[in-house]
Structures are given as C-alpha cells and as structure tokens.
Design a binder for this molecule. Sequence first.
Ligand SMILES: [Zn+2]
Ligand SMILES: [Zn+2]
Length: 299
Amino acid sequence: MARTVAPVEPQLEKSLGEKIGVLIAVVVPFVATLYAIVLLWQQYVGWRDIALLVTFYVLGGLGITVGFHRMLTHKSFETHPAVRFIFLVMGCLAVEGSPLEWASTHIQHHANSDGEDDPHSPLEGFWHAHFGWLFAFKNNPAVYGTWLQRDPMVMFVTKYWLAFAALGLIIPFAIGGWTGLLWGGAVRIFLGHHVTWSVNSICHTFGNRPFKTRDASRNNFLVGVLAFGEGWHNNHHAFPRSAFHGLRWWQIDISAYLIRTLERFGLVWNVHRVKEADERKRTNAPRGNEAAWDLDVQG
Ligand SMILES: [Zn+2]
Ligand SMILES: [Zn+2]
C-alpha cells in the first residue's frame, strides 16, 4: 500500500480566518521570544520560568512525537485509552493544530514525500517547507486519513484542541505570572514550532541518507536530539511504522526511550520494531526496483 494514494479532490484552501490564526501562531511567539531575549539580557528571568519552559517543552514535544506522530498517525504501538487521551491532549499543548489536522497533513506528507502533493517539501523552497506552507495548505481528511474521523477520541480532542492548547498558557501563568507565561508559554511554543518545522525543512535538506527512499529525507543529529528523535528522518521514511526512529545506539531518540519504558510497565504494547532483514533490504535495494522501497505508512 502507501504511495499510490492520489488526491481525488482539488486541494483545499484555508479560510482568511484560518490564515490569520496561523499568522498569530507564528508571529506572536517570535515577537515574544525577542522580548524575552531583551529581558534575559537584563537578567529578568528566574529558575521557575526556565523550569516552566523545559516542562512544557517536554510535555508538548512528546505529545507531538509520541502522541500525534508515532501513536496516532503511524500506529507504531497500542495503548490504553487513558494513555492515548493524555498523549493527544499533550500534543495540543504544542499549538501545531488539532490531532485530526496534524495526522491528516502528515499522512499526506508520507504519501507524496517531496512530490507534487507534499504539503511541505523543501523542493518548493526551504522556507516554504519550514513554515510558509502553513499559510497555503489545508489538510484534507476526506482523502488522507479517512479513519481519523471515525475515531471518537480523535474527534473529541480535535473539537476542543484550542482549549487544551490554552492550558499550556494558563498553567504557566498561574504558576509563574507574566514571566511564567512568557517563558513557559510563548518562548516554549516558539522553540517547539521551529524544532518541529526543522524536521520538514532541515531533515529533507541536510544530513545523510543511509536508507534508500523515494524522497529526500535525511538523518540529522542536531534535530534528532532537539526533536526527541524525530531528526532520524531518513530512518523514519524508510520505516514509517517503527516506534523507534533512532536505529543505532548513538542515534539519540528520547521518544523511543519513553515508549520502551512504557512498554516495560505494560502501558503500551504491540510496539513496531524494524527487522534486521528489512533494514538490509532497504539498504541494498537496487535502483530501478522502487517497488522494494515501498512504505508501510497508514492511510
Ligand atoms: Zn518527511
Ligand atoms: Zn511520519
């Protein structure tokens, strides 16, 4: 299955209101981060602010990587409904859209990676892949990830995703006041956004390609660390369903460590792993025999 998915409808467009929403989500954290740097210069930052930044960066980041990406989009493992719900809510904290929107967009990315219908390929420009695409692209769940709309939990969290995202502002404000909101909210969202977007821009442009894939995906150590393992992006495109993106001991993959820990405690199961034979097949697949490279992405 996989790469044969073709859009049966013309591409959708974002409404003006949605574009303004994206503009706010991109610009406000950026301006707030500049302001925070000025305050930092004046040493107007406390340990509590930094703790809020790190805590919410980790919660939102793992919500995206383990929750929206590996659990929801790629079905890399199964888990208890309560754990699933927690991961979906955590993903909302990152302010990267609802689970439905995120997963549908990402399914479209895997089905057309660096092709014409890829939402965010750097072949259309590095900055387009980084965040320009957010203004131009609207996900189409009627084509990509039709099963998402049949999942009541996905639809519930999607309906209230902005309220869950707001928790990532309200809680830092309640704990740390205005500077808590600045660092644990705005700066944290800014960092999370650019790290996630780097997977789309940097990891399709800079890095090495140990596995043959039909796209330009690359492994990038720095993004691997910052994005909790998602920077091993060539590995991921070669084996989309694998719960682990880091495939060597030195390929740091914090999301994988969490999944493995949860598995040990019996909280997740049916964890997908890459078989050595598949790795060999993917490394040695001759050019011209592209059928051998086909992906097992969910769609
Ligand atoms: Zn990719
Ligand atoms: Zn993926």
